[in-house]
Design a protein around this ligand. Structure first.
Ligand code: BGC
Length: 354
């Protein structure tokens, strides 16, 4: 089966069918979301002195995301299958499916027009929360099944941004949803994130081949640059001579969180601390893995919402998810959603300062 041609949204359509919604707390914390791609366009949060700054890279409006010369998935919900599928193909129930190969020989982040580039319906919105839905059609971007998907963003009094995903389908299909915000805890556009200290609650990661497809091994991080079991500056080992770092051009790998790979309870995934501002981001998730990506493909050519350029490694992503290429890796926890089942996934981004 071939991939049907998909058309994205034009800037004109975006201008009339999208708008911004802001979740607000009395302490000043704010999260702004557009229904284009369910993108988080900004996150205002306080540093150790109470100064609010926007810590999410991105643009102001949907039209600006569409017009941008590069589209690195800033702030978006990524799907139907976040991360890579080898050679853009998988077999399910005896049927072979062909997806767009939009990342070298491989499929990335749902294809040419993934969930990051469609207009979502806003079902409800308040100062605390916004609930968005999207229906992906059977064979949209080559995937089987009409998939009804929703994401809810909730901002709590404890400065937690809770992201809840749900999905149902009428045919078996792979589903792997994630949130692709690029964070810079010193403020968007304020230099690189190399000084940020990161702890990842993971003793293993999934090494990759030259196309960033997992080899299938779950490798120990011990005595490697991939060991973030104790807090470590992102920049400390990133230039070390290491085959995996060379393949990722830095960190662009999936870590296997310390819990049973099929466990679904909410557990700690990561803590990131910016020594300069004191801001702390704590990430918890029901997912088994997290793609830690250090903005290696940012080149300084994109200018963000406040006119600052986004430098190489000017942001990091913590994409909570199932492991890349799961549809082709039977040893990995399954990403197949069947009719009658409900896909549910939760990730919490908690903000504080010290
Ligand atoms: C991938 C990177 C990719 C980026 C998109 C990440 O999830 O792992 O390789 O470049 O998304 O900009």
């Amino acid at each position: 089966m071939t991939v049907p041609a998909s058309t994205g949204v034009t800037a004109e359509e975006a201008a009339t069918s999208t708008r911004l919604h802001t979740l607000k707390k009395s302490n000043g914390m704010e999260v702004t979301v557009t229904n284009y791609g369910a993108i988080i366009t900004s996150i205002l949060t306080a540093d150790r002195d109470g100064n609010l700054e926007d810590v999410a890279l991105g643009h102001r409006t949907a039209a600006e995301y569409i017009a941008a010369s590069e589209k690195p998935y800033f702030g978006a919900v990524v799907g139907r299958f976040g991360n890579r599928i080898a050679e853009g193909t998988f077999t399910l129930d005896g049927e072979t499916y062909t997806l767009a190969t939009n990342n070298g020989d491989n499929h990335l982040h749902g294809g040419n027009v993934g969930f990051d580039k469609v207009i979502w319906d806003v079902k409800s919105v308040s100062d605390q929360s916004i609930h968005l839905t999207y229906v992906a059609k059977d064979m949209e971007e080559g995937y089987p099944g009409n998939l009804r998907v929703s994401v809810t963003y909730t901002l709590t009094d404890e400065n937690q941004l809770i992201v809840d995903y749900a999905a149902t389908t009428d045919k078996a299909t792979p589903v792997n949803l994630t949130q692709h915000t690029y964070f810079n805890l010193a403020g968007e556009g304020n230099g690189t994130v190399l000084d940020h200290e990161v702890m990842l609650n993971a003793d293993r990661f999934t090494p990759v081949d030259s196309g960033l497809i997992p080899t299938g091994e779950l490798r120990s991080v011990k005595d490697t640059p991939f060991d973030f079991t104790s807090p470590k500056a992102i920049g400390r080992d990133i230039e070390t001579e290491n085959e995996q770092l060379a393949l990722g051009k830095g960190y662009d790998h999936n870590w296997v969180l310390n819990k049973g790979v099929n466990a679904t309870e909410l557990t700690l995934a990561a803590v990131v601390y910016d020594p300069a501002t004191g801001r702390v981001l704590t990430v918890s998730t029901t997912e088994p893995g997290v793609q830690f990506y250090t903005g290696n493909f940012l080149t300084g050519t994109l200018t963000g919402k406040s006119g600052k350029t986004y430098s190489h490694r000017g942001g990091f992503c913590l994409e909570t998810q199932h492991f890349p290429d799961s549809p082709n890796q039977p040893e990995f926890p399954s990403t197949i959603l069947s009719p009658g089942e409900t896909y549910e996934s939760q990730t919490i981004f908690a903000f504080s300062a010290r």
